[in-house]
Design a protein around this ligand. Sequence first.
Ligand code: ATP
Ligand code: MG
Length: 391
Amino acid sequence: MVATATRDRATTGVGTMDAGVPGAGVRRLMVTDFRSYTSAVLESGIGPIVLTGPNGAGKTNLLEAVSMLSPGRGLRRATLSEMVRNGAERWAIAAEAETVNGACSIGTGLNNDNGSERRIARIDGETVGPAALGGLLPVSWLTPQMDRLFLDGASARRRFVDRLIFGFDPGHASRSNAYEKAMRERLRLLKDGRMDVAWLSALEAQMAEHGVAIAAARRAWSLRIGGALRQMTGPFPAAEIALQGVAEELLADRPAVQVEEDLATRWRDGRGLDRHAGRTTDGPHRSDLLVRHVAKDIPAEQCSTGEQKALLISLILADARMQQAERGVVPIMLLDEVAAHLDSARRSALFDEISALGGQAWLTGTDRELFAAFGTRAQYFGIDGSMVTPG
Ligand SMILES: Nc1ncnc2c1ncn2[C@@H]1O[C@H](COP(=O)(O)OP(=O)(O)OP(=O)(O)O)[C@@H](O)[C@H]1O
Ligand SMILES: [Mg+2]
């Protein structure tokens, strides 16, 4: 169970509502030259946080800042330079957070000292690779752009799964990077017509090793979240999920070492095809998440817009419940403009779920009234002109 933050409570004087709650969360967030913010600080406890303000005020930018405390490209999938405030040269985010390892400081930002842009990360003052943030501060999110998650291509659904796994598997991000790197290098050799068999085989072996580990982590996740998802009731419906992908499917009935060999053989036999196609035609980088609405017995893509949103919320809540049950940690949930899309009964149900989980959820909206059903259970901040005002 995560340590409660006696240290931070003493220094910030906030967070009296969360004694003993096993939630991950941010107690102090400081952004510098990030998006529309020159500099801003937000101090909070580990409970629901509501950010309200007019369009363009800077609400989503703050959620994006929190999302950058974990590995990956954050909730907008932006490049590092897109996040720099116009007119500035680099951005930085510093947070005092409750992590799975207890209270710690996390810093991240853009470093462009040597002319090349790269992301830097610090944990308790020590410089680390960004992948080291994996498993430290579980963060999940829902954004308006994800309303089409079940309708668009597999890549967004795959990212959704991998993002949730980042939260509790420290190695998942680095394995994904290593897999992609080997895959890019193999493809470059093929495209250049350099049929160096030993080199290609070595890269395919690396892809197989990392690819099987990635697929195994996804399978383990789907089996664990599956139970929580089937138990969802009320406005956020029960769902069945399945992973569709060569490695994930092979792992269902044979040992990992065998799957590694099978994948390496497929890639070896597929060199000509991949060279011709200009891409790697098969592998865990093409896996998909299939979701089914249990009560209606139809695939998610056939559900109505509102039903799809409810299914997405089910996935996020089930993941949080699963992590709470298994690890004693509730992930941070970033719910951008989610409240506005729900009717009042569903809104209340969502606020009750979030409050019962006891973790830190960040919710945004233009109208404070939308959040009335939270009452005193949430901490409120007004955002206007990229300024943060508590209360
Ligand atoms: N790199 C940047 N530099 C400066 N400003 C930026 C940068 N990127 C985005 N912005 C601006 O930040 C402002 C706030 O954006 P944000 O998406 O956070 O607004 P919001 O409060 O979520 O609004 P909405 O309610 O419309 O979703 C916008 O006006 C946007 O143009
Ligand atoms: Mg927004």
